[in-house]
Design a protein around this ligand. Structure first.
Ligand code: GDP
Ligand code: CO
Length: 404
Protein backbone atom coordinates (compact mmCIF):
# COMPACT_ATOMS: atom_id res chain seq x y z
CA UNK A 1 0.00 0.00 0.00
CA UNK A 2 1.28 3.48 -0.86
CA UNK A 3 0.14 6.56 1.05
CA UNK A 4 0.83 10.27 1.51
CA UNK A 5 3.82 10.67 3.78
CA UNK A 6 4.53 12.57 5.89
CA UNK A 7 1.01 13.78 6.67
CA UNK A 8 0.49 17.39 5.53
CA UNK A 9 0.18 18.62 9.08
CA UNK A 10 -0.14 17.33 12.61
CA UNK A 11 -2.06 18.78 15.51
CA UNK A 12 -0.20 18.24 18.79
CA UNK A 13 -2.27 18.38 21.96
CA UNK A 14 -0.31 17.32 25.02
CA UNK A 15 0.86 13.79 24.26
CA UNK A 16 -1.59 13.34 21.37
CA UNK A 17 -0.59 13.75 17.73
CA UNK A 18 -3.50 13.89 15.35
CA UNK A 19 -2.33 13.64 11.74
CA UNK A 20 -4.26 15.18 8.88
CA UNK A 21 -5.95 13.01 6.29
CA UNK A 22 -3.64 10.83 4.20
CA UNK A 23 -4.59 9.55 0.78
CA UNK A 24 -4.02 6.07 -0.61
CA UNK A 25 -2.03 6.10 -3.88
CA UNK A 26 -1.86 2.35 -4.44
CA UNK A 27 -3.94 -0.24 -2.60
CA UNK A 28 -1.28 -2.78 -3.53
CA UNK A 29 2.27 -1.57 -4.02
CA UNK A 30 3.81 -4.96 -4.70
CA UNK A 31 5.56 -7.61 -2.69
CA UNK A 32 8.23 -5.36 -1.27
CA UNK A 33 11.37 -7.39 -1.65
CA UNK A 34 13.54 -4.37 -2.37
CA UNK A 35 16.08 -3.66 0.37
CA UNK A 36 13.65 -2.56 3.08
CA UNK A 37 10.10 -3.19 4.13
CA UNK A 38 9.03 0.33 3.35
CA UNK A 39 10.01 2.65 0.55
CA UNK A 40 9.95 6.37 1.04
CA UNK A 41 10.14 9.10 -1.59
CA UNK A 42 9.51 12.84 -1.19
CA UNK A 43 5.81 12.66 -0.59
CA UNK A 44 4.71 9.04 -0.26
CA UNK A 45 5.59 5.88 1.61
CA UNK A 46 4.84 2.32 0.54
CA UNK A 47 4.53 -0.89 2.49
CA UNK A 48 5.01 -4.13 0.62
CA UNK A 49 2.73 -7.13 1.01
CA UNK A 50 5.31 -8.86 3.16
CA UNK A 51 5.22 -6.08 5.75
CA UNK A 52 1.41 -5.82 5.62
CA UNK A 53 1.11 -9.57 6.05
CA UNK A 54 3.43 -9.55 9.07
CA UNK A 55 1.27 -6.95 10.83
CA UNK A 56 -1.96 -8.76 9.87
CA UNK A 57 -0.59 -11.84 11.63
CA UNK A 58 -0.66 -9.89 14.88
CA UNK A 59 -4.02 -8.24 14.25
CA UNK A 60 -7.52 -9.33 15.22
CA UNK A 61 -10.42 -8.04 13.15
CA UNK A 62 -13.50 -7.67 15.31
CA UNK A 63 -16.79 -7.84 13.41
CA UNK A 64 -19.89 -6.78 15.38
CA UNK A 65 -23.08 -8.23 13.93
CA UNK A 66 -26.75 -7.88 14.70
CA UNK A 67 -29.27 -9.53 12.42
CA UNK A 68 -27.44 -8.79 9.18
CA UNK A 69 -27.97 -10.89 6.07
CA UNK A 70 -25.75 -13.97 6.16
CA UNK A 71 -24.48 -13.28 2.66
CA UNK A 72 -23.35 -9.79 3.73
CA UNK A 73 -21.43 -11.20 6.70
CA UNK A 74 -19.85 -13.86 4.51
CA UNK A 75 -18.81 -11.20 2.02
CA UNK A 76 -17.13 -9.23 4.81
CA UNK A 77 -15.26 -12.36 5.96
CA UNK A 78 -14.03 -12.90 2.42
CA UNK A 79 -12.44 -9.45 2.42
CA UNK A 80 -10.33 -9.95 5.55
CA UNK A 81 -6.77 -11.11 4.77
CA UNK A 82 -6.12 -14.71 5.76
CA UNK A 83 -3.43 -13.88 8.33
CA UNK A 84 -5.81 -11.95 10.61
CA UNK A 85 -7.66 -13.56 13.49
CA UNK A 86 -11.35 -12.81 12.93
CA UNK A 87 -13.52 -12.32 16.02
CA UNK A 88 -17.26 -12.13 15.37
CA UNK A 89 -19.31 -10.75 18.24
CA UNK A 90 -22.96 -11.34 17.53
CA UNK A 91 -26.08 -9.89 19.05
CA UNK A 92 -28.38 -11.55 16.53
CA UNK A 93 -31.71 -13.00 17.58
CA UNK A 94 -32.05 -16.55 18.87
CA UNK A 95 -35.87 -16.69 18.75
CA UNK A 96 -38.20 -17.20 16.96
CA UNK A 97 -35.60 -17.87 14.28
CA UNK A 98 -32.16 -18.72 15.60
CA UNK A 99 -30.11 -16.41 13.42
CA UNK A 100 -27.07 -16.85 15.65
CA UNK A 101 -26.95 -20.63 15.00
CA UNK A 102 -27.18 -19.88 11.30
CA UNK A 103 -24.18 -17.56 11.62
CA UNK A 104 -22.18 -20.19 13.52
CA UNK A 105 -22.98 -22.82 10.88
CA UNK A 106 -22.02 -20.49 8.03
CA UNK A 107 -18.75 -19.55 9.77
CA UNK A 108 -17.95 -23.21 10.40
CA UNK A 109 -18.33 -24.10 6.74
CA UNK A 110 -16.63 -20.95 5.55
CA UNK A 111 -13.62 -21.53 7.78
CA UNK A 112 -13.25 -25.06 6.40
CA UNK A 113 -13.08 -23.73 2.85
CA UNK A 114 -10.66 -20.94 3.62
CA UNK A 115 -8.59 -22.08 6.59
CA UNK A 116 -9.22 -18.71 8.18
CA UNK A 117 -8.89 -18.39 11.95
CA UNK A 118 -12.33 -17.37 13.21
CA UNK A 119 -13.87 -17.05 16.68
CA UNK A 120 -17.56 -16.35 17.21
CA UNK A 121 -19.42 -15.56 20.41
CA UNK A 122 -22.88 -14.31 21.36
CA UNK A 123 -22.80 -11.06 23.29
CA UNK A 124 -25.91 -11.85 25.38
CA UNK A 125 -24.80 -15.36 26.38
CA UNK A 126 -25.55 -15.57 30.08
CA UNK A 127 -22.26 -17.39 30.71
CA UNK A 128 -20.34 -14.43 29.35
CA UNK A 129 -22.32 -12.06 31.60
CA UNK A 130 -21.51 -14.33 34.53
CA UNK A 131 -17.79 -14.22 33.72
CA UNK A 132 -17.75 -10.42 33.65
CA UNK A 133 -19.72 -10.35 36.87
CA UNK A 134 -17.24 -12.69 38.51
CA UNK A 135 -14.33 -10.53 37.37
CA UNK A 136 -16.02 -7.39 38.70
CA UNK A 137 -16.26 -5.77 35.29
CA UNK A 138 -19.75 -4.44 35.84
CA UNK A 139 -19.74 -1.41 33.53
CA UNK A 140 -20.72 -3.68 30.61
CA UNK A 141 -23.63 -5.32 32.45
CA UNK A 142 -27.31 -4.46 32.69
CA UNK A 143 -29.41 -4.76 35.87
CA UNK A 144 -29.76 -8.51 35.34
CA UNK A 145 -25.99 -9.13 35.09
CA UNK A 146 -26.30 -9.71 31.37
CA UNK A 147 -24.18 -7.89 28.89
CA UNK A 148 -26.02 -4.89 27.48
CA UNK A 149 -26.93 -4.73 23.82
CA UNK A 150 -24.93 -2.28 21.75
CA UNK A 151 -22.20 -2.22 19.17
CA UNK A 152 -19.62 -0.83 21.61
CA UNK A 153 -20.34 -3.57 24.14
CA UNK A 154 -19.64 -6.08 21.34
CA UNK A 155 -16.40 -4.27 20.52
CA UNK A 156 -15.18 -4.44 24.12
CA UNK A 157 -15.78 -8.21 24.17
CA UNK A 158 -13.87 -8.41 20.91
CA UNK A 159 -10.89 -6.48 22.31
CA UNK A 160 -10.76 -8.76 25.31
CA UNK A 161 -10.83 -11.91 23.16
CA UNK A 162 -8.11 -10.41 20.96
CA UNK A 163 -5.99 -9.77 24.03
CA UNK A 164 -6.65 -13.31 25.23
CA UNK A 165 -5.22 -14.57 21.94
CA UNK A 166 -2.13 -12.41 22.32
CA UNK A 167 -2.93 -9.98 19.51
CA UNK A 168 -0.93 -6.77 19.27
CA UNK A 169 -3.51 -4.85 17.23
CA UNK A 170 -7.27 -4.84 16.97
CA UNK A 171 -9.32 -3.47 14.06
CA UNK A 172 -13.09 -3.08 13.72
CA UNK A 173 -15.07 -3.68 10.56
CA UNK A 174 -18.88 -3.54 10.30
CA UNK A 175 -20.70 -6.63 9.07
CA UNK A 176 -23.17 -4.83 6.79
CA UNK A 177 -20.70 -3.86 4.06
CA UNK A 178 -21.69 -4.69 0.49
CA UNK A 179 -18.15 -4.53 -0.92
CA UNK A 180 -15.66 -7.16 0.26
CA UNK A 181 -12.98 -5.29 -1.67
CA UNK A 182 -13.54 -2.27 0.57
CA UNK A 183 -13.09 -4.47 3.66
CA UNK A 184 -9.81 -5.71 2.28
CA UNK A 185 -8.67 -2.11 1.81
CA UNK A 186 -9.70 -1.15 5.38
CA UNK A 187 -7.56 -3.90 6.87
CA UNK A 188 -4.57 -2.93 4.74
CA UNK A 189 -5.07 0.68 5.81
CA UNK A 190 -5.03 -0.42 9.47
CA UNK A 191 -1.80 -2.34 8.89
CA UNK A 192 -0.17 0.59 7.07
CA UNK A 193 -1.17 2.95 9.88
CA UNK A 194 0.53 0.73 12.44
CA UNK A 195 3.55 0.41 10.16
CA UNK A 196 3.84 4.23 10.04
CA UNK A 197 3.39 4.73 13.75
CA UNK A 198 6.35 5.63 15.90
CA UNK A 199 4.42 4.94 19.09
CA UNK A 200 3.08 1.79 20.70
CA UNK A 201 -0.13 3.75 21.31
CA UNK A 202 -1.87 4.23 17.99
CA UNK A 203 -5.30 4.72 16.53
CA UNK A 204 -5.96 4.35 12.79
CA UNK A 205 -9.23 5.80 11.53
CA UNK A 206 -10.66 5.27 8.09
CA UNK A 207 -12.27 8.10 6.17
CA UNK A 208 -14.54 6.93 3.37
CA UNK A 209 -13.90 8.44 0.00
CA UNK A 210 -17.66 8.53 -0.60
CA UNK A 211 -20.91 6.91 0.46
CA UNK A 212 -22.87 6.14 -2.71
CA UNK A 213 -26.62 6.80 -2.75
CA UNK A 214 -29.23 6.03 -5.35
CA UNK A 215 -31.69 8.82 -6.06
CA UNK A 216 -33.84 9.44 -9.13
CA UNK A 217 -32.44 6.27 -10.69
CA UNK A 218 -28.91 7.60 -10.58
CA UNK A 219 -25.95 6.79 -8.37
CA UNK A 220 -24.49 9.74 -6.45
CA UNK A 221 -21.24 9.77 -4.51
CA UNK A 222 -21.64 12.25 -1.63
CA UNK A 223 -18.48 12.88 0.37
CA UNK A 224 -19.92 12.89 3.89
CA UNK A 225 -22.51 10.81 5.68
CA UNK A 226 -25.27 12.59 7.54
CA UNK A 227 -23.66 12.15 10.93
CA UNK A 228 -19.97 12.67 10.23
CA UNK A 229 -20.53 16.17 8.94
CA UNK A 230 -21.85 17.32 12.33
CA UNK A 231 -19.69 15.29 14.69
CA UNK A 232 -16.55 16.31 12.76
CA UNK A 233 -17.58 19.94 13.08
CA UNK A 234 -18.00 19.81 16.86
CA UNK A 235 -14.84 17.78 17.38
CA UNK A 236 -12.96 20.35 15.30
CA UNK A 237 -14.53 23.23 17.27
CA UNK A 238 -13.30 21.52 20.42
CA UNK A 239 -9.77 21.04 19.13
CA UNK A 240 -9.64 24.59 17.71
CA UNK A 241 -10.66 25.90 21.11
CA UNK A 242 -7.91 23.91 22.84
CA UNK A 243 -5.15 24.88 20.41
CA UNK A 244 -6.37 28.40 19.70
CA UNK A 245 -6.11 27.79 15.95
CA UNK A 246 -9.14 27.17 13.82
CA UNK A 247 -8.51 24.04 11.80
CA UNK A 248 -10.46 21.16 10.29
CA UNK A 249 -8.17 18.31 11.22
CA UNK A 250 -10.82 15.72 12.16
CA UNK A 251 -12.49 13.99 9.22
CA UNK A 252 -13.21 10.66 10.91
CA UNK A 253 -15.45 11.48 13.88
CA UNK A 254 -17.85 8.61 13.24
CA UNK A 255 -15.69 6.23 11.24
CA UNK A 256 -17.09 2.75 11.96
CA UNK A 257 -13.87 1.32 10.59
CA UNK A 258 -10.96 1.99 12.92
CA UNK A 259 -8.17 0.16 14.69
CA UNK A 260 -6.20 0.43 17.93
CA UNK A 261 -2.92 -0.95 19.14
CA UNK A 262 -3.64 -3.26 22.08
CA UNK A 263 -1.57 -1.11 24.46
CA UNK A 264 -3.92 1.78 23.72
CA UNK A 265 -7.15 -0.24 23.48
CA UNK A 266 -6.73 -1.85 26.87
CA UNK A 267 -6.27 1.51 28.57
CA UNK A 268 -9.26 3.26 27.11
CA UNK A 269 -12.79 3.83 28.31
CA UNK A 270 -15.51 3.00 25.79
CA UNK A 271 -18.82 4.70 25.40
CA UNK A 272 -21.92 2.60 24.90
CA UNK A 273 -23.72 1.91 21.62
CA UNK A 274 -23.12 4.09 18.61
CA UNK A 275 -21.30 6.95 20.32
CA UNK A 276 -18.21 4.79 20.56
CA UNK A 277 -16.31 6.25 17.62
CA UNK A 278 -16.40 9.98 18.48
CA UNK A 279 -15.81 9.07 22.13
CA UNK A 280 -12.65 7.21 21.19
CA UNK A 281 -11.09 10.52 20.12
CA UNK A 282 -12.52 12.38 23.10
CA UNK A 283 -11.17 9.76 25.50
CA UNK A 284 -7.70 9.87 23.91
CA UNK A 285 -7.70 13.66 24.41
CA UNK A 286 -9.01 13.35 27.98
CA UNK A 287 -6.38 10.79 28.93
CA UNK A 288 -3.34 11.97 27.01
CA UNK A 289 -4.11 15.58 26.00
CA UNK A 290 -2.81 17.01 29.26
CA UNK A 291 -5.92 19.19 29.44
CA UNK A 292 -7.48 17.79 32.58
CA UNK A 293 -4.57 16.02 34.16
CA UNK A 294 -1.06 17.35 33.56
CA UNK A 295 0.60 14.14 34.71
CA UNK A 296 -0.77 12.18 31.74
CA UNK A 297 1.32 14.37 29.48
CA UNK A 298 4.46 12.27 29.07
CA UNK A 299 6.78 12.33 26.08
CA UNK A 300 7.43 8.59 26.01
CA UNK A 301 3.81 7.54 25.89
CA UNK A 302 2.42 9.67 23.11
CA UNK A 303 -0.60 8.65 21.07
CA UNK A 304 -0.57 8.83 17.29
CA UNK A 305 -3.90 9.17 15.49
CA UNK A 306 -3.86 8.48 11.76
CA UNK A 307 -6.73 9.30 9.43
CA UNK A 308 -6.58 7.60 6.06
CA UNK A 309 -8.88 8.02 3.08
CA UNK A 310 -9.98 4.92 1.20
CA UNK A 311 -10.11 4.42 -2.54
CA UNK A 312 -13.22 2.25 -2.30
CA UNK A 313 -16.62 3.81 -1.67
CA UNK A 314 -18.45 2.73 1.50
CA UNK A 315 -21.70 1.00 0.70
CA UNK A 316 -23.60 -0.48 3.61
CA UNK A 317 -27.13 -1.46 4.58
CA UNK A 318 -29.50 1.51 4.68
CA UNK A 319 -31.11 1.63 8.12
CA UNK A 320 -33.31 4.70 7.74
CA UNK A 321 -33.76 8.16 9.24
CA UNK A 322 -34.67 7.11 12.77
CA UNK A 323 -31.40 5.28 13.11
CA UNK A 324 -29.49 8.33 11.87
CA UNK A 325 -31.22 10.72 14.30
CA UNK A 326 -30.50 8.38 17.24
CA UNK A 327 -26.87 7.91 16.28
CA UNK A 328 -26.25 11.62 15.82
CA UNK A 329 -27.91 12.37 19.16
CA UNK A 330 -25.73 9.84 20.99
CA UNK A 331 -22.60 11.17 19.28
CA UNK A 332 -23.34 14.81 20.16
CA UNK A 333 -24.17 13.74 23.69
CA UNK A 334 -20.74 12.23 24.36
CA UNK A 335 -18.94 15.25 22.96
CA UNK A 336 -21.13 17.51 25.08
CA UNK A 337 -20.61 15.47 28.26
CA UNK A 338 -16.84 15.50 27.99
CA UNK A 339 -14.86 17.29 30.67
CA UNK A 340 -12.83 18.98 27.94
CA UNK A 341 -15.86 20.55 26.25
CA UNK A 342 -16.19 24.27 26.97
CA UNK A 343 -19.37 26.26 27.54
CA UNK A 344 -19.41 28.00 24.16
CA UNK A 345 -19.36 24.71 22.25
CA UNK A 346 -21.72 23.10 24.72
CA UNK A 347 -24.29 25.79 23.92
CA UNK A 348 -24.15 25.01 20.19
CA UNK A 349 -24.34 21.28 20.76
CA UNK A 350 -27.22 21.57 23.21
CA UNK A 351 -29.21 23.60 20.67
CA UNK A 352 -28.53 20.98 18.06
CA UNK A 353 -29.66 18.25 20.45
CA UNK A 354 -32.89 20.09 21.22
CA UNK A 355 -33.56 20.28 17.49
CA UNK A 356 -33.03 16.53 17.23
CA UNK A 357 -35.35 15.94 20.19
CA UNK A 358 -38.13 17.83 18.40
CA UNK A 359 -37.54 15.80 15.31
CA UNK A 360 -37.57 12.59 17.34
CA UNK A 361 -40.77 13.54 19.20
CA UNK A 362 -42.56 14.21 15.92
CA UNK A 363 -41.56 10.78 14.69
CA UNK A 364 -42.00 9.13 18.13
CA UNK A 365 -38.38 8.02 18.21
CA UNK A 366 -36.77 7.15 21.53
CA UNK A 367 -33.39 8.82 22.02
CA UNK A 368 -30.75 7.33 24.31
CA UNK A 369 -28.35 8.90 26.70
CA UNK A 370 -28.20 11.99 28.84
CA UNK A 371 -25.36 11.25 31.18
CA UNK A 372 -22.16 9.29 31.33
CA UNK A 373 -23.77 6.21 32.89
CA UNK A 374 -22.67 3.82 30.26
CA UNK A 375 -18.99 4.40 29.96
CA UNK A 376 -17.11 1.10 30.08
CA UNK A 377 -13.94 0.91 32.14
CA UNK A 378 -10.58 0.00 30.57
CA UNK A 379 -10.25 -3.76 30.04
CA UNK A 380 -6.79 -3.83 31.60
CA UNK A 381 -8.61 -4.03 34.94
CA UNK A 382 -9.58 -7.60 33.99
CA UNK A 383 -6.99 -10.31 34.79
CA UNK A 384 -6.63 -11.86 31.33
CA UNK A 385 -5.45 -15.31 32.47
CA UNK A 386 -8.45 -15.64 34.71
CA UNK A 387 -10.74 -14.50 31.90
CA UNK A 388 -9.14 -17.08 29.60
CA UNK A 389 -9.64 -19.82 32.17
CA UNK A 390 -13.30 -18.94 32.70
CA UNK A 391 -13.97 -18.82 28.95
CA UNK A 392 -12.38 -22.24 28.45
CA UNK A 393 -14.46 -23.60 31.32
CA UNK A 394 -17.66 -22.61 29.47
CA UNK A 395 -17.52 -25.04 26.55
CA UNK A 396 -20.53 -23.76 24.61
CA UNK A 397 -19.58 -20.10 24.85
CA UNK A 398 -16.89 -19.45 22.29
CA UNK A 399 -16.79 -21.28 18.95
CA UNK A 400 -13.29 -21.48 17.57
CA UNK A 401 -12.43 -22.51 14.03
CA UNK A 402 -8.80 -23.09 13.02
CA UNK A 403 -7.74 -21.34 16.25
CA UNK A 404 -5.38 -23.13 18.63
P1 GDP B 1 -23.98 2.35 10.97
O1 GDP B 1 -23.33 1.58 9.88
O2 GDP B 1 -22.99 3.11 11.78
O3 GDP B 1 -25.14 3.14 10.52
O4 GDP B 1 -24.58 1.32 12.03
P2 GDP B 1 -25.07 -0.18 11.83
O5 GDP B 1 -26.46 -0.30 12.36
O6 GDP B 1 -24.80 -0.67 10.46
O7 GDP B 1 -24.15 -0.95 12.88
C1 GDP B 1 -22.78 -1.08 12.72
C2 GDP B 1 -22.40 -2.55 12.94
O8 GDP B 1 -22.65 -2.94 14.27
C3 GDP B 1 -23.16 -3.51 12.04
O9 GDP B 1 -22.26 -4.51 11.62
C4 GDP B 1 -24.22 -4.07 12.98
O10 GDP B 1 -24.64 -5.36 12.59
C5 GDP B 1 -23.50 -4.08 14.29
N1 GDP B 1 -24.34 -3.95 15.50
C6 GDP B 1 -25.38 -3.10 15.72
N2 GDP B 1 -25.89 -3.26 16.98
C7 GDP B 1 -25.14 -4.24 17.57
C8 GDP B 1 -25.15 -4.87 18.87
O11 GDP B 1 -25.97 -4.59 19.75
N3 GDP B 1 -24.19 -5.81 19.11
C9 GDP B 1 -23.27 -6.20 18.16
N4 GDP B 1 -22.38 -7.14 18.49
N5 GDP B 1 -23.25 -5.62 16.93
C10 GDP B 1 -24.16 -4.66 16.63
CO1 CO C 1 -23.94 0.11 8.73
Amino acid sequence: MRLDFPPKYTEVIGAVKIHSLQKVYEIDSGYGTKTKNSQLNNSTISFGNKKISKICNEMAIVIPVKNEKLSLLEGVLSGVPNECLIIIVSNSQKTPVDRYSMEVEMVKQYSQFTNKRIAIVHQRDSNLGRIFHKLNYSSILDNYSQIRSGKAEGMVIGILLAKMHGMKYVGFVDSDNYFPGAVNEYVKIFASGFAMSKSHLSNVRVCWRSKPKVANNRVYFPRWGRISEHSNKYLNDLISYITGFERDIVTTGNAGEHALSMSLAENMDFSTGYSVEPYELINILEKFGGIINETTNSTKDFVEVFQIETRNPHFHENKGDEHITGMLYESLNVINNSKICNTEITKDIKNHMIMLQHKANNGSIKLNGNNNDHIMAPINTIPIDKFNELVIDSPQLLHLFNVQ
